[in-house]
Design a protein around this ligand. Structure first.
Ligand code: PMV
Length: 301
């Protein structure tokens, strides 16, 4: 039988992609209503969804929760340029791309805003109720975003060069978020001022996106405060110090910490040297920049 005689819907599959992110400032503090700034980066996750009569158990709890929230059954095929569990927002990118692909494949008709809200709900449900909207929002809209509580805003995209260092040690976002919650409960007199100081650094950074040297200093402060909060990791510290020694303007971990990735702010001329210094520490370097596009349809397969 020639497919040419059949309506296209018979064999097309919806493929959507969504970008990863780095947390420029404010991770962990953002969970407590303080400001957080994140930027979408070039590596992406691609998700293809197809209908199925019965829901096959997906490997990812995020994908299973996406199907549950959308009330349909299907299967997915994921291709990722992002390392998972590393602070680059791969779970959020998978969640966002999956929801948009389901919406398309099943012709559900939800708006982008509705899907972004569902993406945040999926993350909260999988992460024991504690997840800011940062990762899912930046992956949906791209560019640079500021999140404060329930307020989400796009900021003008900065022209900055980043080198990401993947420490190749995995982390658990929910585990790290729980660790900070625990410190806040047992030692509020220590944890609360650190969280306030992170918020002050984030607010200050907003005046310095055209001043890479000052932005770098603020990144270094944010990194030190995250270490004081107990979410550091020896290999992340090593990469941060190596990047600074190789000429980075600033360097910090990104995301929940306890492993995963760091990134360095670099001048154009320093980025190859910084990437080399990171790779010399048994880590993987990715030279990248901002992705101003958020979730997008790739093609019908
Ligand atoms: O490690 P990631 O990429 O999942 O980022 C977590 C960021 C936190 O602020 C620690 C949690 C959150 O939900 O914002």
């Amino acid at each position: 039988m020639s497919l040419g005689t059949q309506p296209l819907r018979w064999y097309r599959l919806a493929t959507w992609s969504a970008p990863g992110k780095v947390f420029l400032f404010g991770e962990h503090a953002v969970v407590y209503g303080k400001p957080g700034i994140a930027m979408a980066i070039k590596p992406r996750v691609m998700v293809t969804v197809r209908k199925a009569k019965r829901q096959k158990k997906p490997n990812s709890t995020y994908i299973a929760e996406c199907f549950r929230q959308m009330g349909v059954s299907g299967s997915v095929y994921v291709r990722s340029q992002l390392p998972s569990s590393s602070g680059l927002g791969s779970s959020a990118a998978v969640t966002v791309a999956t929801l948009f692909a389901i919406n398309d494949e099943f012709e559900i008709g939800k708006s982008a805003d509705e899907l972004a809200l569902i993406a945040h709900t999926v993350e909260k449900n999988v992460q024991n109720g504690r997840a800011s909207a940062t990762d899912t929002y930046v992956s949906t809209v791209g560019g640079m975003v500021l999140i404060t509580g329930n307020t989400k805003r796009r900021l003008p995209p900065p022209q900055i060069q980043l080198v990401i260092g993947n420490s190749l040690t995995h982390h658990s976002t929910s585990g790290m978020v729980a660790r900070v919650a625990d410190l806040k409960k047992t030692r509020p007199q220590i944890a609360d001022p650190i969280i306030e100081a992170i918020a002050a650094v984030t607010k200050c950074s907003m005046h310095h996106f055209n001043n890479p040297r000052e932005l770098g200093n603020l990144m270094n402060m944010n990194h030190a405060l995250l270490e004081a909060l107990g979410v550091g990791h020896p290999q992340l510290s090593r990469l941060v110090l190596a990047a600074r020694a190789a000429g980075a303007l600033g360097a910090k971990m990104t995301g929940a910490g306890g492993g995963g990735c760091m990134f360095a702010l670099c001048s154009k001329s320093a980025k190859t040297r910084v990437a080399g210094a990171i790779e010399a520490c048994e880590a993987r370097a990715i030279i990248t920049g901002i992705d101003t596009q958020g979730v997008r349809k790739e093609k019908d397969e």
